[in-house]
Ligand binder design. Structure first.
Ligand SMILES: Cc1cc2nc3c(=O)[nH]c(=O)nc-3n(C[C@H](O)[C@H](O)[C@H](O)COP(=O)(O)O)c2cc1C
Length: 364
């Protein structure tokens, strides 16, 4: 399996499987001189953990991070940083029972064909949402560097669950309220509706999709390496590496195809001596470069593939059609738990681009 390395200057290697011994990450290229301890990582990892049995999986793992290398006397050394969390609460039996029955909506069928059955299929193996813990461990370090060195802040939140979505929110509202409820939606009334919809879908043996929105404040002008490593290209690559992501948009996104140029163009003005735009349909990126306006994006998640309704599948050993009913523990909606994952990917891409642009140095 190749394809587990992401980033150019701030490079991460993600490893581990859902029911293997550990999930982990190695970062190569983290600048030296960052004050870092396990608590810095743990507080971000805790946001990704299942937290509310009614709307998340009931596989409750401690996810206690261990930093294995690259930190000495409380500071990063510039050497590779390896981090792991242990898998402890696995129940592999339901997966052994269905090893020849590919689950609809999962990677089981193409993975079995590609790896000729050698892949670890337990809990989805390498395709599990659990591997996103490695993105969050690395993302926690990226977040700390961006905040402390450059004052850059990424805020992600639940924007939509099923057909329920939030209105426009201020930076303060997002920042203060996004983690104030289990749905991770800054609008408490909407969050309550979203929660009820998730509980309802779960009761029906079904699941819901939705959208994580994000804003990055404080970016300098000119981040991104066009053409193939444009800021949008790199962010999209990262977002599409999160399991269950099916679409990504920046700024006005899909709506731009229906707009006129006069509606879509963001016109320049001077405000307190600074060049800004009156609107931000570009979402803070032009020509693949950051414009200095807030970077805005939405990441679209499909409904959780594991549902408990009966579904058609094919027994791959006997080559005969079967009806399958899934057992196991699942998130009835992935979106709330994906909020810190999307934030981590964003911070990883930004820190990588800051190093490429020389905005950040190898020693802080
Ligand atoms: C944080 C997170 C948690 C997830 N939890 C589950 C889950 O409990 N059950 C499930 O069926 N899929 C879950 N997924 C999604 C699947 O891993 C994913 O849909 C599947 O591997 C197929 O990959 P694809 O949807 O990217 O094609 C989760 C994804 C993320 C990001």
């Amino acid at each position: 399996m190749t394809g587990n390395i992401f980033g150019d200057r701030f490079k991460i290697l993600s490893f581990g499987e859902s029911h293997g011994k550990v999930v982990g990450v190695v970062i190569d290229g983290c600048p030296a001189g960052l004050k870092l301890n396990e608590k810095d990582i743990q507080k971000e990892l805790d946001l990704r953990k299942p937290f509310y049995p009614e709307i998340t999986t009931t596989r409750f793992e401690k996810d206690k991070v261990e930093i294995l290398s690259g930190v000495f006397r409380g500071y990063t050394t510039g050497a590779p940083i390896a981090m792991i969390i242990k898998n402890r609460k696995m129940d592999s039996r339901p997966y052994m029972e269905i090893k020849d029955l590919p689950r609809p909506g999962h990677a089981d069928y193409p993975a079995r064909v590609k790896y000729r059955g050698y892949n670890d299929y337990r809990g989805g193996g390498r395709f599990s949402g659990r591997i996103t813990a490695s993105f969050v461990m690395a993302g926690a370090i990226a977040k700390k560097i961006l905040k402390e060195e450059l004052g850059i802040e990424t805020l992600t939140y639940t924007y939509q669950v099923g057909k329920i979505r939030v209105k426009k929110l201020s930076r303060e509202e997002i920042s203060e309220k996004r983690y104030s409820n289990p749905v991770r939606c800054p609008e408490s009334e909407t969050a309550e509706k979203m929660k009820r919809a998730i509980i309802e879908a779960k009761k029906e043996g079904d699941s819901l999709g939705g959208v994580v929105a994000g804003i990055v404040y404080g970016l300098p002008v000119g981040l991104g390496e066009p053409v193939f490593q444009s800021l949008e290209s790199e962010l999209s690559k990262g977002f599409f590496s999160i399991p269950a992501v099916k679409a990504v948009e920046f700024g006005a996104g899909f709506k731009v195809s229906e707009m006129k140029g006069s509606e879509n163009n963001d016109q320049y003005v001077l405000r307190k001596g600074k060049i800004v735009t009156l609107t931000n349909n570009a979402g803070g990126v032009l020509g693949g470069l950051s414009t200095g306006m807030p970077l805005t994006f939405k990441v679209f998640f499909k409904p959780t593939p594991s549902i408990s309704k009966p579904q058609n599948t094919v027994n791959l050993k006997e080559m005969k059609e079967e009806i399958m009913v899934l057992r196991g523990r699942h998130d009835p909606c992935i979106v709330p738990r994906a909020v810190p994952v999307v934030e981590s990917i964003t911070n990883l891409v930004i820190v990588d681009n800051c190093l490429k642009a020389g905005v950040l140095k190898n020693v802080l």
